[in-house]
Write a protein that binds this ligand. Structure first.
Ligand code: ZN
Ligand code: ZN
Ligand code: ZN
Length: 370
């Protein structure tokens, strides 16, 4: 059982502070969202009132919190960090308070998902400071998962696998995508997730739209159905897995390209090892699909990193020369989409280890005929 202290170690704050100094940034300003959660473990409510963990390159970090949020902040994992909580009252200007405490700064790193509302207020409060993304500091840390983080992702993989095992019982000709989706939503929660982040049930032609979610379309006999599901576990780590099913016997051309897709996904997983550039994993899948003549129907990158966000770095895409390192975790999800007809995708989460790629999803990848 991984604990909060394993996943969000107290030592991380000092590591972040060092990395901030090394990057020549004077302070990170982390408002509610994944960056704040990564550094402190605090899942703060995103509100118009400013909550902000301020991590100066040198000196004491502090957390600015609205007075009414103080009890929540004190009860959160951020309390373990031993930092000062600075409560501000309704008539205070918390942005000016942060600026006054920091003094002269040349460069500040804003949480990647900070609201424009806050970033513009910070700009006004520190007119001389250049604003950059906190991600420029945090990405290196966030990309390389610790053993505890890998364990949390493995647990997420097992949870979503139990949902995929239930799909054959839920997918039936005559049911709508939305009816199936509602059952999947419940099953994702029952499998131990705290949130359902997305449910894609793409039947027939809807399967050709990679991010189609749910519609009232009635699933027909003989149709392929793309099912892509994911959510967040209590650990804060995410699941994301796709399998393609067929309700009855598949169309002949579909069966042919599904076999190609399976080989492509296999080739990409096999390409994973330390030192290999992200783009080479993408190329491994793309080559198999292109050689079989379906290149123009593979219309997205091969994968995305995953952790406390479903989509984060590293991206498995042409042009990304970032070499894989042990601990990097990402999806391998090639797809083939025939507009107006049907589509297919196979998606596993893979973690790069010293010895190669380890898949965190274990349900069969063969076409599942129901
Ligand atoms: Zn996606
Ligand atoms: Zn997915
Ligand atoms: Zn994905």
């Amino acid at each position: 059982m991984t604990t909060t202290s394993d996943l969000y170690p107290v030592s991380r704050l000092a590591a972040v502070q060092q990395a901030t100094a090394a990057a020549g940034i004077d302070a990170l300003l982390l408002t509610p969202g994944p960056d704040l959660r990564y550094v402190s473990g605090y899942e703060a409510l995103p509100l118009e009132r400013l909550t902000c963990l301020v991590v100066p390159a040198s000196g004491e970090p502090f957390m600015m919190v609205p007075r009414l949020e103080l009890p929540a902040a004190q009860a959160s994992p951020a309390a373990r960090l031993g930092l000062e909580f600075v409560a501000w009252d309704e008539t205070d200007d918390p942005y000016a308070m942060v600026a006054a405490r920091l003094g002269a700064v040349r460069t500040v790193g804003l949480a990647d998902r900070m609201w424009a509302l806050a970033s513009l207020r910070f700009r006004a409060a520190m007119p001389g400071a250049e604003q950059v993304l906190a991600g420029s500091v945090l990405r290196r840390l966030r990309m390389r998962k610790s053993p505890a983080e890998v364990a949390a992702l493995r647990e997420a993989g097992q949870a979503i696998d139990t949902v995929h095992r239930q799909v054959p019982a839920l997918l039936k000709a005559g049911r709508t995508e939305r009816e199936v989706g509602r059952d999947l939503h419940d099953a994702i929660l029952a499998a131990g997730h705290t949130t359902v982040d997305f449910v894609i049930v793409g039947s027939g032609p809807n399967g050709a739209s990679p991010h189609h979610e749910l519609s009232d379309r009635v699933i027909q006999a003989g149709e392929p159905v793309v099912v892509d599901i994911g959510g967040q576990l209590p650990s804060g780590y995410c699941s994301d897995s796709t399998r393609t099913y067929c309700v009855g016997e598949p169309p002949a051309d579909f069966a042919a390209y599904y076999a190609v897709l399976q080989r492509a996904q296999e080739a990409a997983c096999a390409a994973v090892r330390p030192g290999v550039p992200c783009e080479a994993v993408d190329a491994a899948a793309r080559e198999v699909i292109a050689q079989a003549g379906y290149g123009e129907y593979f219309i997205h990158r091969t994968g995305h990193g995953i952790g406390i966000e479903t989509h984060e770095e590293p991206y498995i895409v042409a042009g990304n020369a970032e070499p894989l390192e042990p601990g990097m975790a990402f999806s391998v999800e090639p797809g083939i989409y025939l507009p107006g007809r049907h589509g297919a995708r196979i998606e596993d989460i893979v973690v790069c280890t010293e010895g190669g790629g380890e898949r965190l999803n274990a349900v069969p990848r063969e076409l599942i005929i129901i």
